[in-house]
Design a protein. Structure first.
Length: 577
């Protein structure tokens, strides 16, 4: 049995870094679920038929009426009808209403139907299934169920007591012109292979020998004595294989589209019943689960809703202009803020999935697809700050590097140079920890870090001379690296050894207050040595005054680059300026 490698953490290390690294790498599903980018947009979430309004608006914005129609018709089945009777529950959820006015979705839907180049329905061959299904009722609900099942290859028989399909759509007061009804319903009868039985009133279900049955006779229609025991959530009755619409059972619907929704969804329940024998599902569950999608509308300009010049609806140009008002709601915070995420053009969920695949590579089958990306992150933490749910790629990538290193799978190319730099800075030739001449302890300790001296040793000596002159109580000095390269590389053994050495020398120098020149060092000390009091060199310079021999900028404009580690140090940034 192979030995299990463990890393012993010094007992003095605490804080975020030591809460078992703040994440459980095996629990990637929870991390993926934090991202709200793929949450349903608010309008679609409210729509009983889940119409992809954002996708439709995008195609209309590009002038693609045919593409918009194809998507729309596949979702609503009867586009010419729905685009006229839709009561637009989506408008109450549209974010535009908080800025100016909601998008005129129904009028855009009608424009799809009016200006599409073709209304032909693309058909796909489905092998016939040896199951017979009956649908009682030829209204939109029963038709929706029948159409869905026929397109899946089932043998569907539809019984309608009147001489035509459509139910209440033909009643006086309907907003749909008869010619539109004839076109829409005629297209269904022509293209879908339902066995239609008109002028047929079903008096008893016993006379129907079918594998499954859907009762959609409408409000006040025949219930066949199955209301008692009816489940409004699954739409299942107490009779095996028989489902019934909520409207038939007497339930008041919140939208005219609910019967269609039930018909579409009960078709799935019937298919599940035929395959597994279960009378379940949630075809009658119309509770809207609030979307967690976060959309920043701060910079959105007001733009009035487009009013059609004709009572008949939009002309093509008007529809395009109204479609342009759609915000195409999406959470893009991290992709807009992080150059790394923007460069790889991957959604956060895809990044987490790739990291998971990288950590759990199957030999000869998969690659470590995220190795470069998770090692390219500079761990600035910006993603967590802009994310509405605080999804933290800094912690995900850092913990992943640790796991890859432990398994011997972290390529040296990503961090070897920085590790060598750290090793040199902490070698016997470079590291030192000294009290001022003639003193065994000091009030302060200057820790310049490795990069200040790496840029120019004179910066370190000049800064130390300044501190000796301006601070009372003595200033000792410790020259070395804080261990950040090892921490970033996931090499905990080397990292903890550096931290332990710093603490040991700090105690030997009398546990003074540490003055740091580097924001990254300040971040490392806060995470791994929280018991040590630290201060920024730049804050002290701002407080005590500039050196007397400072050089003049002679009126030049200087650009200051703030390191990522200084993001939460506004006083440090002000002091530098």
């Amino acid at each position: 049995m192979a030995a299990v490698r463990t890393t012993v953490r010094p007992s003095f290390i605490s804080g975020k870094a030591c809460e078992e690294h703040a994440m459980e790498l095996k629990d990637f599903k929870n991390w993926v679920s934090l991202c709200t980018r793929d949450e349903p947009v608010f309008c679609t979430n409210q729509c009983p038929l889940e119409v992809d309004v954002k996708g439709m608006a995008a195609k209309l914005n590009a002038g693609d009426f045919t593409g918009a129609y194809k998507n729309y018709s596949s979702q609503v089945l009867f586009p010419g009808i729905v685009s006229r009777i839709c009561d637009e529950p989506c408008k109450g959820a549209c974010l535009r209403k908080n800025i100016d006015e909601s998008i005129s979705v129904r009028m855009l839907e009608k424009a799809c139907c009016d200006f599409t180049a073709t209304k032909d329905i693309p058909s796909f061959y489905m092998p016939p299934k040896n199951k017979r299904i009956a649908v009682v009722g030829g209204g939109l609900g029963g038709l929706s169920c029948a159409v869905k099942l026929v397109r899946k290859g089932y043998d569907v028989y539809l019984y309608e007591e009147k001489d035509r399909l459509g139910g209440s759509l033909w009643e006086p007061g309907s907003h749909i012109p008869p010619e539109v009804l004839e076109e829409e319903l005629g297209r269904i009868t022509r293209n879908d292979e339902s066995k239609l039985h008109f002028n047929t009133k079903v008096g008893s279900l016993d006379a129907l020998a079918f594998d499954a049955l859907y009762i959609a006779t409408g409000r006040g229609g025949e219930t066949f004595g199955l209301v008692e025991g009816f489940d409004p959530i699954s739409l299942a009755t107490i009779q095996n294989g028989v489902f019934m619409s909520g409207k038939t059972a007497g339930r008041k619907e919140s939208s005219v589209l609910i019967p269609m929704r039930e018909g579409i969804r009960v078709a799935q329940s019937i298919e599940s019943f035929l395959k597994a024998g279960r009378m379940g599902g949630e075809a009658g569950n119309h509770q809207v689960v609030p979307s967690r999608l976060s959309v920043d509308t701060a910079g959105v300009e007001r733009k009035a809703v487009v009013k059609p010049a004709s009572p008949a609806g939009y002309i093509a140009e008007e529809a395009v202009e109204e479609a342009k008002r759609c915000l195409r709601c999406a959470c893009k915070n991290c992709m807009a803020a992080c150059e790394l995420i923007a460069y790889y053009k991957k959604k956060p969920k895809k990044i987490v999935e790739d990291v998971n695949a990288t950590l759990n590579k199957v030999e000869a089958l998969t690659k470590r697809v995220a190795s470069r990306q998770l090692n390219s992150c500079n761990l600035c933490g910006l993603c967590k700050e802009v994310c509405p749910t605080s999804l933290d790629f800094e912690e995900i990538f850092l913990a992943s590097r640790r796991e890859l290193h432990k398994g011997g799978h972290l390529p040296l190319a990503f961090h070897d140079f920085w590790m060598r730099d750290m090793d040199f800075s902490n070698s016997e030739d470079a590291f030192l920890a000294l009290n001022p001449l003639g003193k065994d302890k000091s009030r302060y300790l200057f820790f310049p870090g490795c990069q200040l001296g790496g840029s120019d040793p004179g910066y370190v000596t000049a800064a130390y001379d300044y501190l000796l002159q301006r601070l009372e109580g003595g200033v000792s000095i410790m020259v070395g690296c804080c261990g950040a390269p090892a921490a970033w590389a996931g090499r905990e053994e080397e990292h903890f050894a550096v931290i332990a050495r710093i603490k040991e020398n700090w105690e030997a120098l009398g546990s003074p207050r540490i003055i740091l020149a580097c924001p990254t060092c300040k971040k490392m000390f806060a995470q791994y040595l929280p018991g040590i009091t630290v201060a920024s060199l730049w804050n002290i310079v701002a407080e005590k005054g500039m050196p007397e021999n400072r050089r003049s900028g002679e009126g030049q404009t200087v650009t200051v680059f703030d390191s990522c580690a200084s993001r939460h140090e506004p006083d440090v940034r002000r002091s530098v300026r």
